[in-house]
Design a protein around this ligand. Structure first.
Ligand code: NAG
Ligand code: NAG
Ligand code: NAG
Ligand code: NAG
Ligand code: NAG
Ligand code: NAG
Ligand code: NAG
Ligand code: NAG
Ligand code: NAG
Ligand code: NAG
Ligand code: NAG
Ligand code: NAG
Length: 647
């Protein structure tokens, strides 16, 4: 660990990178700032460093994944008392023609299994996905000003039971939950030195002042020290530790990115316990032992407020999240071992879900970076990869010796985790299609960069669909509605407006949610920034958020005045099937408009370059063709190079 050398190294790299706009700045510091806003969450015993604590009398164990954990089951009852009135409120401003949804909900209000069970999923794709997703969440949040007027969708968030995020989407979920279920408007409000100031590249760190009393040099020193202390305490560290710490400065509204904030503390916060918010879920992929490629047979892990684990047959178990880092053996912590707390650092969880450094080595030579940089970064990333330092390590593996006969990792001392989108399932649907969760409808926000110009083309849904076909293998009983090929998505425009999949549940063998696919599409702004763009000025940030608001509401219902009603129909659809209610006329019309009807057109489409649905904002670039990922990629590679020097 040579922090002073590191700073010099950063400066050199920045000078070397012609074209990169990052500059080292000297910030004013304000050490007198008194940060004492009450927050329930910084409960790690020793900041970033996982630490041994006495085990509780009831020692933590690994649980079989055949059912939901009891904490979730009892929380669901509490939440239902909140989603029910929220849905009634929602339908006060969404009319379904001559059908009265409020009295329908009243009729079934005492029948838990008849009530709609709603989820929202936010895809990965770096800041682009985080901000586009934020716009959609803003539109769905009844706390957003004017969101409960006509043409608006405010209240869908309050009606939802689950909110899942992956990679960039997990940064959104973390931003909301780590800051007391904050609104997107409050995250956008400017406070000097606070979070969501993406004009300060992750390479340079936060502006000084406010609660961030650091300048760039101190930023790196601070990150290096905290991660170094974790290593000294006997835990394996990788680039994901640095990455998660760096991200936290942008996401967690506390001094130095809140090193004591744990993901499991969400379960302890008052608002969550009272069911005032949906249950957050974050997804990461397991990399199979001795494999470098992450394919459709990789294990999908979830972090929920209480537990970490997987429903996949390759693990089929969950551990209590707050005791992650303890030395589980055969599903128990042996009597001579203490428990460990603080491993589930919130930044580390978000960093794990977005840890895609292992992909860079595989793709670096297909970039247009100068050859000198290619070979330098190739060397560094190669060296990382050799020691598995380019992924997230979960060591000790909590599933060690657990279900030896079926587990892929029972004889591994370390779990290897990577970005939740590396298996191409870039929308975090996996937790939401688990039969035990009985989800009726998923509003799936897709800001994946699939096409040449960073628009989604349905690849994420195709991946989830294909994985579900192996029902006796990796899918382990999950089902998913049929999804056409990506060419069809483009040819039929299924990616240029919302599309429903799985409308007709009568031709399905197992229950599976209706998918309301809501793709990133330009309305007032070209929101197709590169995934690797890690620097957004505030006006760009706000333009992408507004664009997300627009693609979720279809331009405040200007693109289709029926759209809010159609969202309402999607929310009620499965419930009305269960209660054998007559489908309202307006819903029939909606399903004709928005349901994929099985048509395919797999011919190779022309280059996809959509025309904006609204007048472009003046701050927007005037074309969808200008996106160059090189600056952002260079930022990330440089981050890797700096960390390489630290590890
Ligand atoms: C989960 O439920 C168990 C059993 O009711 C309880 O002992 C435990 O404290 C709960 N865990 C959390 C994090 O709330
Ligand atoms: C839900 O609300 C009903 C009616 O107010 C109440 O009787 C019940 O205890 C509540 N359930 C939970 C789990 O809070
Ligand atoms: C809300 O609507 C009012 C009345 O139309 C308008 O004056 C105000 O600017 C709107 N606020 C936002 C945040 O759009
Ligand atoms: C961040 O903290 C500051 C200072 O307490 C507060 O004013 C601001 O509202 C917070 N932002 C969020 C999103 O919680
Ligand atoms: C996963 O799939 C890849 C490619 O099909 C295959 O080579 C590998 O053996 C599979 N791994 C496991 C653990 O099934
Ligand atoms: C990329 O190209 C460089 C220079 O040609 C080469 O040294 C390196 O091995 C290549 N890296 C990979 C991962 O193929
Ligand atoms: C777990 O496996 C290791 C070696 O594979 C073995 O030494 C140890 O006894 C096992 N633990 C239990 C509880 O069986
Ligand atoms: C799992 O395998 C380990 C190592 O072979 C062994 O020690 C342990 O007893 C096995 N556990 C079970 C539950 O069979
Ligand atoms: C774990 O078990 C698999 C087969 O069950 C074997 O191929 C592999 O070498 C073992 N790994 C270790 C670290 O023992
Ligand atoms: C769709 O996206 C995938 C990557 O996710 C890409 O490989 C494929 O070429 C794209 N196809 C079209 C037609 O855009
Ligand atoms: C389905 O999963 C099983 C068990 O993991 C595997 O052996 C088989 O190859 C898979 N089939 C397909 C079509 O992927
Ligand atoms: C429904 C189903 O197939 N569940 C299986 C999932 O995987 C575990 C572990 O292999 C099995 O025990 C379940 O039966």
């Amino acid at each position: 660990m040579r922090p002073s050398a590191v700073v010099g190294y950063i400066a050199i790299i920045i000078l070397l990178l012609s074209g990169a706009t990052a500059t080292l700045r000297v910030f004013e510091t304000d050490e007198s700032f008194n940060y004492n806003v009450p927050r329930a969450l910084p409960n790690a015993p020793n900041g970033y460093v996982p630490t041994q604590v006495p085990c509780p009398a009831n020692r933590p164990t690994v649980r079989n994944a055949a059912s939901l954990c009891s904490n979730e089951t009892s929380w669901l009852e509490v939440r239902r008392n909140k989603t029910n009135p929220a849905m009634r409120d929602f339908f006060k401003h969404i009319s379904l023609g001559n059908f009265d949804p409020v009295s329908y909900l009243d009729q079934i209000s005492n029948n838990a299994s008849a009530l709609p069970n709603i989820a929202i999923a936010v895809s990965g794709g770096g800041y682009r996905a985080m901000l586009s997703g934020a716009g959609a969440i803003k539109a769905f949040d009844s706390r957003t000003e004017n969101s409960t007027g006509s043409g608006q969708l405010g209240g869908l968030l309050q009606s939802a039971t689950y909110l899942s995020g992956l990679s960039g989407g997990s940064w959104l979920v973390g931003s909301i939950y780590m800051n007391n279920f904050s609104t997107i408007s409050s995250l956008q409000t400017y406070h000097p030195g606070y979070i969501w100031q993406f004009g300060n590249s992750i390479l340079v760190g936060p502006a000084g002042g406010g609660m961030q009393i650091l300048n760039s040099a101190e930023y790196y020193t601070d990150i290096a020290n905290m991660v170094g202390n974790k290593e000294t305490a006997g835990f394996e560290i990788t680039i994901t530790d640095y990455w998660g710490r760096a991200l936290s400065y942008q996401i967690i509204n506390a001094t130095n990115g809140g090193p004591s904030y744990t993901w499991s503390s969400i379960a302890l916060s008052q608002g969550f316990q009272s069911g005032d918010m949906p249950m957050p879920l974050v997804v990461a992929d397991g990399r199979n032992p001795n494999e470098l490629l992450v394919g459709s047979n990789s294990t999908v892990f979830e972090f929920n407020p209480w537990e970490f684990g997987s429903f996949d047959p390759t693990i089929f178990g969950f551990v209590p999240l707050q005791y992650l880092g303890s030395k589980f053996d055969g599903g128990v912590i042996p009597p001579n071992e203490s428990c460990v707390r603080g491993f589930d650092n919130a930044g580390y969880v978000m960093g794990t879900s977005s840890s895609l450094f292992n992909q860079f080595l595989l793709t670096i030579n297909s970039t247009t970076l100068p050859n000198a940089l290619k070979s330098k970064f190739s060397d560094i990333l190669g060296a990382f990869g050799k020691d598995n330092e380019d992924i997230a390590l979960y060591s000790p593996n909590p599933f060690f010796n657990y279900t030896n006969n079926t587990s892929l990792v029972a004889n591994q001392t370390t779990l290897h985790l990577v970005d939740g989108g590396e298996d191409l399932q870039n929308i975090p649907l996996h937790p939401l299609i688990q039969p035990e969760r009985h989800v009726d409808v998923v509003f799936a926000i897709d800001s994946s960069a699939d096409t040449n110009y960073n628009w989604p083309n349905g690849t994420a849904l195709v991946a989830t669909y294909e994985r579900s076909l192996n029902s006796t293998g990796i899918a382990n009983g999950t089902a998913f509605s049929a999804i056409p090929d990506v060419n069809t998505f483009i040819n039929l425009g299924l990616n240029s407006r919302p599309t429903f999949f799985g409308c007709n549940s009568s031709n399905m063998t197992s229950p599976t949610p209706l998918i309301v696919y809501i793709p990133n599409f330009p309305y007032g702004t070209f929101s197709n920034y590169s995934t690797f763009d890690l620097k957004y000025e505030n006006d760009q940030r706000d333009a992408v958020i507004l664009n997300g608001y627009d693609f979720a509401t279809m331009g405040n219902a200007t693109r289709d005045q029926n759209w809010p009603a159609c969202v309402g129909c999607a929310m009620l659809s499965r419930s009305m099937e269960r209660t054998q209610s007559t489908v309202p006329d307006i819903c029939k019309q909606c399903f004709r408009t928005y349901c994929w009807n099985g048509t395919v057109n797999s011919t190779v489409p022309a280059e996809y370059n959509p025309t904006p649905a609204l007048q472009l904002l003046s701050s927007s670039s005037s074309t969808g063709y200008v996106i160059s990922p090189n600056i952002g990629l260079t930022t990330l590679f440089t981050f890797a190079a700096i960390v390489y020097d630290l590890i």
